[in-house]
Write a protein that binds this ligand. Sequence first.
Ligand code: NBG
Length: 847
Amino acid sequence: MKTSKKNHKKEPAKSPAMEKLSPSTNEFQGTDIKSLQKSFVNHLEYSLAKDEYSATKRDFFKSLALSVRDRLIERWIETQQTYYREGAKRIYYLSMEFLLGRLLGDAISNLGLSRNINEAITDLGYDPEELMNLESDAALGNGGLGRLAACFLDSMATLELPAYGYGIRYDYGIFYQRILNGYQKEYPDNWLRYGNPWEIERPEYIYHIKYYGRVNEYKDKSGRVRFDWADTDNIIAMAYDTPIPGYHNNTVNNLRLWAAKSTREFNLEYFNSGDYDRAVEDKIESETISKVLYPRDDFYGGRELRLKQEYLLVSATLQDIIRRYKKTHSDNFSLFPEKVAIQLNDTHPVLSIPELMRILLDIEGLDWDEAWDITVKTFGYTNHTVMPEALEKWKVKLLELVLPRHLQIIYEINRRWLGEISQKYPGDEERVRTLSIIEEGEEKNIRMANLAIVGSHSINGVAALHTEILKKDVFREFYDYWPEKFNNKTNGITQRRWLKLCNPGLSELITEKIGENWITNLAELKKLENFVDDEAFRKKWNKVQRQNKIRLAEYIHRKLKTEINTDSLFDVQVKRLHEYKRQLLNALHAITLYNRIKANPDSEVVPRTIIFGGKAAPAYAMAKLIIKLINSIADVVNHDDGIDDKLKVIFIPNYSVTLAELIIPAADLSEQISTAGMEASGTGNMKFALNGALTVGTLDGANIEIREEVGEENIFIFGLKSDEVSRRRREGQDPRSYYNGNAELKKIIEMIQNGFFSPEEPNLFKPIIESLLNQGDHYMVLADYESYVKCQEKISQTFLDRDKWLKMSILNVANMGKFSSDRTIKEYAKEIWDAKSIPIKLPHPDL
Ligand code: NBG
């Protein structure tokens, strides 16, 4: 930032001209209604060049966003200056994904401007909510991992931690999903089409990023062997900054996203010889590096472009971190780990480890041992999945081509590491093979998780069970060697977005009873337990939930033209489509209910609306087929006159952060039914429970800890446990025995198999049946079917007792304190980063 270039030890002197414009007289800063209106009108005219006749609704949204952004700027600058002045230890959160969603509502709420903005805009004759709905989602992430990063940014700013997010500014975020004829179709998410009012372009922060080339060895003046990475193809990384305000404080942290730019607009040689196309080709090729987010989570693809993306993030970020460090410490790197903590969000940014080594060795001239000591003390690594297909490996051949110096460094790290363990375990070759960073074989691979563990001082899982699985199974040998490096940090969510913002009705009701401290201290919710037996309170709770259900029903009606029964049990599963998340099990249950109603048309049933939402990776054929199956079931069920409004199946297209904010507060039941041992944590589970939905779930991920908090009488648990799943997988199971042993299940499978749901294409769902019956049913869908259906029966019975259900709902909310990302971040700050809060004082506190 410009101001930070000044001498940060003194208050920067203001020129007389600046003095005149100082914020205390600056109308753009005022938070009263008149000043807000003035800002709004000024932006419309002077930033957007529109008048009341030519302005579109989107212009009004933009003017509003820019007016709110103005109110962040002074705090933003002051925050950065304070960090310099105080010599703060900085936290850097490196992530290939930030699933931010919309930012306007969040900024308004965190600034405490909700009431005044509402009045100001309404008074001008516009509907603030309508304007806010015009903001497009910043959807630079796939699912839980990206949303977690966004929740963490909010918590770090609220806790006044000197933190920076670093990521990639993809031109296209996660694809837009439409459902056509029951099939998922992907469309580009052109989220920047109308500009992005939040980001500030920083052409002054550009860095060269090198690829390819070769490594030259030479001797420096003192005769030491050094390495130089030369003849590289270069591109430029350019910074775009987004302000991240804390809640009701003066902290505004920075999220810096990198875009790839060509080093030159044109290749002049081609241009001069008349080959215009060729001349721009280079530029286009360089800039594709930050074009698009890879739409797979829990899966690693091994593509060259993805490797280049990862290195773009890593190289630009480390150059930026070191530039900032040197401003205060010049080239004294011994203090680096005391001033810098870097958290690696999964293995995606793990090239940071050899990159920091390269900078310290080749550029700064440190020797290996010193550089390595600094590196290990600086990095922490968070693992987010145990699925083998998700653990990144890069082909040695590819690395050798794209990042030859890094490959050398990784080899040297591994040589020293293997030396260390061979000493500890002489002759134990099997163990050495497992611990090696290099996977031997026909094609050699670099195992990025192993590199992460060796190069970090902390390795954490994201829920208690997950961390145990890492220690006992996935990284067992590492845990044996370094038990002290491993720790758990159970995920959390920010209550500012996931209760206050998305569920204003419930928030107000809660605040009315227990005050508003829960907004920054979620444990306060415990006080709600005092009102469980208060009938009037329960009535109000019920009313809020009803209104949320009506709001969702209206959306579904508008979008899908399907009428749903708002008295029915809203049974919701929204999340990425994955076999391990078992949307299929839920679909089998839907068919079960359908068959039961058909068999006994006159019997009383608890009406249900089963709602699905979620994207399947475009290349994940099985997940896409499951979407088609759900929509085919919906087609049959929703058009069957005999079913009436006893059962509806709904697939809401294009699940996103913004849709989550609409759907989650309307749920009665939250489906968290992954195969035990496979969902590292889950965070949707927390969002639903915080909004009063009851959970049906397996003992997986954070479900286990949710059960601990809310009590087993307030959650519906079913199914195999994770050790039972492992045992069956080890010893083999016979999925057919479940099929033969349960007549209802058998009938369902046969219906799918015989084309009941796909009469035009009877074999359409064969791959699903094959995976269940003939390929071992890896995800234990059949094994868990019976226990799931029984559990669902109990849920329906409970739903009939409205009072009981409401009490359970209140008790769930009351006991969600643990699952605030504020709690998670405090643990990271204390146990991994050793970082302290730095409150920001504004130079003009009276504003
Ligand atoms: C996901 C897990 C979730 C977990 C989030 C956030 C990846 C690789 N992992 O269970 O599947 O809640 O990470 O930790 O996206």
